[in-house]
Design a protein around this ligand. Structure first.
Ligand SMILES: [Zn+2]
Length: 140
């Protein structure tokens, strides 16, 4: 077909300057599943399903992060004394006040825990980290 004006085929725009899409890290070592600190049954009522069985998945500054065993809703609740075994927390330094479980949940933190198990100046920290690595992290 002839047109009065020259018609160019519509070109698709080339994504010349678009940055490459960021891809989530695939290295398995960066994905460590949270370890439940313990269970808290009959202490809280789930805000969604009303269930009364929860896993305590984290503890930070007197509060628990609890997950409903039935529907999976995660809520923050005030810590209840005497439910979980006494959790070792780092007494000082960059991870002061955090449990080993919490620190070891990131790759960087886990490297610190491995280092502390062998090199930390405080023997209590060293022993707690060693115990954690022996019992919680399977040796590969
Ligand atoms: Zn629930």
């Amino acid at each position: 077909m002839n047109y009065l004006f020259e018609v160019h085929e519509k070109r698709t725009k080339r994504p010349r300057d678009e940055p490459e899409a960021k891809i989530a890290p695939q290295d398995e070592s960066e994905w460590i599943a949270p370890i439940a600190l313990g269970s808290a049954d009959d202490l809280f009522e789930c805000g969604y399903c009303g269930g009364r069985c929860h896993d305590v998945i984290d503890e930070y500054r007197g509060r628990w992060k609890v997950e409903c065993c039935f529907c999976g809703l995660v809520e923050s609740k005030a810590r209840v004394e005497g439910i979980l075994p006494e959790v070792f927390v780092f007494p000082s330094g960059r991870f002061s006040g955090q449990s080993i479980e919490s620190v070891a949940s990131t790759e960087k933190g886990l490297r610190f825990v491995r280092w502390a198990a062998g090199e930390h100046g405080n023997i209590e920290v060293r022993e707690a980290c060693k115990k954690f690595l022996d019992t919680v992290i399977p040796t590969s």
